[in-house]
Ligand binder design. Structure first.
Ligand code: TYD
Length: 218
């Protein structure tokens, strides 16, 4: 059995990773290729715990009441969720020859946890986050959806979902800068940037093209 490909979509909140994950899976399935969609935080036990943190349901005691856990605690939670996700869901599917498409992976940890540390682009912070994730399999392809912060903010407001702890304009602007240069932090990974400031169909076509290029290369 030939292993499936492991594909990851990344970008700031509101960049469209969830929509494009679904669209890519539909496109592959309509071509007769088995595809499995998933996301991080995952739907496993540690992922469920992280979602409670993101929505403010789970806090640590602070001097003025409950607060979100520190960036380093978050990095460890996300890394634990990732290894559990790989073991329970990603690897078994890949072994069965299924293409796995994940809405976010370890680039999100390098981006979100380093920036929320308040030490943007601090090499020791980034190195440490990469170290706690060093047992996580590399994706075969990472697609970064690049979108201006103002457009992503507009989409987030339209979505009117629950406010999460990273829902902050300044943080999102720093994340957008980070994603523009993300290749530098993963020099051996195959990373393709997609202009996501366009219609869903146009972005989906470019996403599929990048995956077809990968498939041609084996
Ligand atoms: P989610 O509600 O799924 O947001 P979205 O649909 O926009 O991706 O929550 C994921 C949030 O978790 C998102 O703000 C990014 C953040 N995150 C991290 O901070 N570190 C990580 O390693 C991962 C995977 C996600």
């Amino acid at each position: 059995m030939i292993e499936g490909h492991f594909i990851v979509l990344e970008g700031i909140d509101g960049s469209g990773t969830t929509t494009q994950t679904g669209r890519l899976a539909d496109a592959l399935r309509s071509r007769g290729l088995p595809a499995h969609t998933t996301r991080e935080p995952s739907d496993g036990p540690i992922g469920m715990l992280i979602r409670q943190v993101l929505t403010g349901r789970l806090v640590v005691p602070g001097s003025t009441g409950g607060r979100a856990p520190s960036w380093s605690t978050m990095a460890c939670l996300f890394a634990a969720d990732r290894l559990d996700h790989l073991e329970a869901e990603i690897h078994p599917n890949l072994r069965d020859g299924v293409t796995v498409i994940s809405d976010r992976y370890d680039a999100s940890s390098v981006a979100y946890q380093s920036i929320s540390s308040g030490l943007e682009l601090d090499a020791s912070v980034i190195d440490w986050i990469r170290t706690v994730n060093s047992r996580a399999r590399r994706p075969d392809l990472t697609l970064v959806l690049d979108v201006p912060v103002a457009e992503a903010n507009r989409r987030r407001r339209q979505r009117q979902g629950r406010v999460e702890i990273y829902d902050d304009d300044e943080l999102q602007a720093a994340l957008a800068r980070f994603y523009t240069d993300i290749d530098a932090f993963f020099p051996t990974d195959r990373i393709v940037h997609i202009d996501a400031n366009r219609s869903v169909d146009e972005v989906a076509a470019d996403v599929l093209r990048a995956v077809e290029d990968l498939r041609r290369l084996g």
